[in-house]
Design a protein around this ligand. Structure first.
Ligand code: 26Q
Length: 789
């Protein structure tokens, strides 16, 4: 390892040890680890080719992978070796780890799920390729100025990406616009614009290096850098126009996690990476097979939401226009290859494109969608339409073109059947299935929480890392006082680590003995961060009114970004920061209640916050959070959940036991009923003196001195609309928080509940989720059973 690092430093970076920066050392270490990754990766690919094994293609606009050094070293079993080699070279492993930029090629849950799935596919030895976009700029960096979010461009590629291999030879033409002619019984698309898609491969190595897959991200290149005729005429701008289009396509990740409809560039991004991926997988298939009609035997294509739903029409286009299949058989074959995962019920989040815009960018695909529509209507008269009111509805398209459609938690899947796709479900009653989300235990316990991970391995061995259900064995320890004390010592260690970081980065002192109550996720009204901050104000009021009541000290920790155009979400951020300024500086309560909101929440921050949490806030309006995956990470790391019956919370509660979960709030059914009542919010708030008082304080400017009207709109909306039903759940939430206070006061009982959470979370491994997809959707297994022995 030491020699490999030095060789990379010298011959890869052209540096000698005495003049190397942290960056140089980190690159050298990464390349030394990457070499080892390649030694697992190449044999895996060879095996897959040799066996003509079926591959999974996971198409996703987002892969939220975060940092890779620590995870790669851990999966390769090389952490201690790397640490020791660096120490001999006078370098500190952890310093190099912290130098790596966090690859934020995703918004949140959907993108992080894709990254966890890649880890599980490799760990299970299932041949797979993740396909996505190599964004030049990932999710924006967040800063707070006077409590308000400002966005700065993210620049992870300003340094070289240590893990990728550029593949200039793997290049496809992607075309846009123009028109279609029909002659000789065929369609001829004459596009107006062309860019090249170039592959960049990152190896993904599973636990203990048993198997390696590829994350293949596409970047766009101009077909010609200069139009020479224009250039010679002296028209330099026109000369580089094609370059400009190519550069914009993969320039930046759209920072919305609910659809922002009708942006032409977004459609181009979607088509760009989907078309490159489909061409690539067909080319690969034809290396080993000669009959394209058997594509489904070698390729399972999974659509991560509707963002790559153009894969259906694109595959049909290639099968018909290039490979000469009939339209009907092409549609059937495409359907046998495709699966579609739905991640949302929010109507505003369903992708729809105006037909005129869609036809302008993808004229041939619009024709094919009309054919798909006609075929569907011929077979199932009255079927819901893909083309509706002048829009192309991507959800319907994805549903009709997939042989399986899955929801991401049991509750979500029921709601998909009953609401979103009820008519299509009646027509295709076996198509919708559930695959409850999961998380990779490698990153989300083994690597991010060495204190707890070491304790568990000491008690039950390390088999749990690849077989998380083994955590069940810890149930036998919930009565073991010595073990519980070690368990709480690990938590305490993580809380100290976080407290030190908060002190250093924010200059704020927090007490590691206080309850750490954490809500980290994108800011959304349905996730109800505003309910949390209202409850915080109510608690503060009570503490001041009854100073001698023996309050449980709490630290309320928030993290999360708002979409730049989402006004209310930005208002919620401002409010949390305003409330923090007042409460944190109140001498009467500052030792009892603190609010911490570090800017720029990302994967790396999650890896520090989650192991330090006592209480996990999962408080969305029932029926709105498709699954949640943060909820799983917290419970696995021994936090208790305060939550509603929403998404995967329902299943988490079943697995850890109702007595170890702080449940509150209306059910999805009750919410739907209550909403029908006009004026429900006003009527409810009028019956809650506690909530009324809090709203009044906010409206009077108690937290925005000098700008009393700042939150008038916000407060008015809660009285008059409150679509996400904060009013209906508020008092119940407050009371449940006080039950959590009480429980936290009995540290031994709390420890047993927390350990029961960890012990019960084995089922939520993404290994289990991937085994479900492999069995029910993809019909694949490990390519080489021996590698898994
Ligand atoms: C679409 C069109 C234009 C611009 C942006 C988008 C867009 C981008 C990202 C729409 C949605 C997303 C992301 C959605 C998402 O993260 N959903 C979450 O998926 C998780 C994994 O299944 C679930 O756990 C969460 O409940 C769900 O909110």
């Amino acid at each position: 390892m030491k020699d490999a690092i030095l060789a990379h430093l010298r011959y890869g970076l052209g540096k000698d040890a005495s003049h190397s920066s942290v960056y140089d050392w980190r690159m050298a270490l990464s390349h030394a680890l990457r070499d080892r990754a390649v030694d697992h990766w190449i044999p895996s690919t060879q095996t897959t080719y040799a066996r003509k094994a079926k591959r999974v293609y996971y198409l996703s606009m987002e892969f939220l992978i975060g940092r890779l050094v620590e995870d790669m070293a851990a999966n390769l079993g090389a952490t201690e070796e790397a640490r020791a080699a660096l120490a001999e070279l006078g370098q500190d492993f952890d310093t190099l780890v912290r130098d790596e930029p966090d690859a934020a090629l995703g918004n949140g849950g959907l993108g992080r799920l894709a990254a966890c799935f890649m880890d599980s596919l490799a760990t299970l030895g299932i041949p797979a390729m993740g396909y996505g976009i190599r964004y030049e700029h990932g999710l924006f960096e967040q800063d707070f100025v006077d409590g308000q979010q400002i966005e700065k461009p993210e620049t992870w590629l300003s340094q070289k990406h240590a893990w990728e291999f550029e593949r200039p030879e793997v290049q496809y033409s992607i075309t846009f616009g123009g028109h279609v002619e029909h002659h000789d019984g065929r369609a001829h698309w004459h596009p107006h614009e062309t860019v090249f898609a170039t592959a960049h491969d990152t190896p993904v190595i599973g636990w203990q290096g048993r198997w390696g897959n590829t994350l293949r991200l596409w970047s766009a290149q101009p077909v010609k850098i200069f139009d020479l005729a224009s250039f010679n005429r002296g028209d330099y701008l026109a000369a580089s126009r094609s370059e400009a289009l190519a550069r914009t396509i993969c320039r930046v990740l759209y920072p919305d996690d609910t659809t922002e409809t009708g942006k032409e560039l977004r459609l181009k991004q979607e088509y760009f990476f989907t078309a490159a991926s489909i061409q690539d997988l067909i080319r690969r298939f034809l290396v080993t097979h000669d009959d394209i009609r058997r594509l489904d035997e070698a390729a399972a294509i999974q659509l991560n939401d509707t963002h790559p739903a153009i894969a259906g029409p694109e595959l049909v286009r290639l099968l018909v226009d290039v490979h000469g299949l009939g339209m009907g058989e092409a549609i059937d074959l495409a359907r046998r290859c495709l699966g579609y995962t739905n991640h949302t019920l929010l109507p505003e989040a369903l992708e729809r494109w105006p037909e005129w815009l869609f036809g302008r960018v993808l004229p041939r695909h619009l024709e094919i969608i009309r054919e798909i529509e006609a075929t569907q209507q011929a077979e199932f008269a009255g079927s819901p339409r893909i083309l509706d009111h002048g829009n192309v509805q991507m959800g319907e398209l994805a549903f009709i073109m997939a042989h399986k459609v899955n929801g991401v938690s049991a509750l979500h899947t029921d709601l998909v059947k009953q609401t979103l796709f009820s008519d299509l479900h009646r027509i295709h009653p076996t198509r919708i299935i559930n695959q409850t989300n999961g998380i990779t235990p490698r990153r989300w316990l083994h690597t991010c929480n060495p204190a707890l991970s070491g304790l568990i391995t000491g008690a039950i061995g390390d088999g749990w890392v690849a077989d998380l259900e083994q955590l069940k064995a810890l149930k036998g320890k919930t009565g073991d006082a010595a073990f519980l004390s070690d368990f709480m010592a690990a938590k305490r260690h993580n809380k100290e680590r976080l407290s030190n970081w908060v002190q250093q980065t924010l200059g704020q002192s927090i007490d590691p003995d206080a309850m750490f109550d954490v809500q980290i996720k994108r800011i959304h009204e349905y996730k109800r961060q505003h309910m949390n901050i209202l409850e915080t104000i109510a608690l503060w009021n009570e503490m001041k009114a009854n100073p001698g009541a023996g309050w449980q000290p709490r630290v309320k920790i928030f993290g999360g970004k708002a979409a730049p155009g989402y006004h209310v979400a930005k208002e919620i951020i401002h409010l949390i920061n305003d409330v923090a300024t007042v409460i944190n500086n109140d001498p009467a309560t500052k030792d009892l209640l603190q609010i911490v909101y570090p800017p720029n929440y990302n994967v790396t921050m999650a890896e520090m916050l989650i192991p330090a949490a006592d209480l996990s806030e999962q408080i969305s309006t029932a029926g709105k959070e498709a699954s949640g995956t943060g909820n799983m990470k917290f419970a696995l790391n021994g936090a208790l959940t305060i939550g509603t019956l929403d998404g995967a919370n329902v299943e988490i509660r079943e697995h850890v036991g109702a007595e170890n979960f702080f449940l509150f709030g209306l059910t999805a059914q009750e919410i739907m009923e209550a909403r029908k009542q006009p004026g429900f919010a006003r009527a409810t708030i009028e019956k809650s003196p506690r909530m009324q008082r809090v709203l009044q304080q906010i409206a009077e400017g108690r937290f925005s001195p000098g700008d009393a009207s700042r939150y008038h709109g916000f407060v008015g909306n809660l009285w008059d609309h409150d679509y996400f039903c904060v009013s209906l759940d508020f008092d119940n939430y407050y009371d449940t928080q006080r039950r959590a206070d009480e429980a936290f006061g009995h540290r031994d009982a709390w420890a047993a509940m927390a350990l029961t959470n960890t012990a019960g979370m084995g089922w939520f491994s993404s290994d289990r989720t991937i085994q479900g997809y492999a069995r029910d959707i993809w019909d694949v297994g490990p390519a080489d059973a021996k590698t898994l022995e």
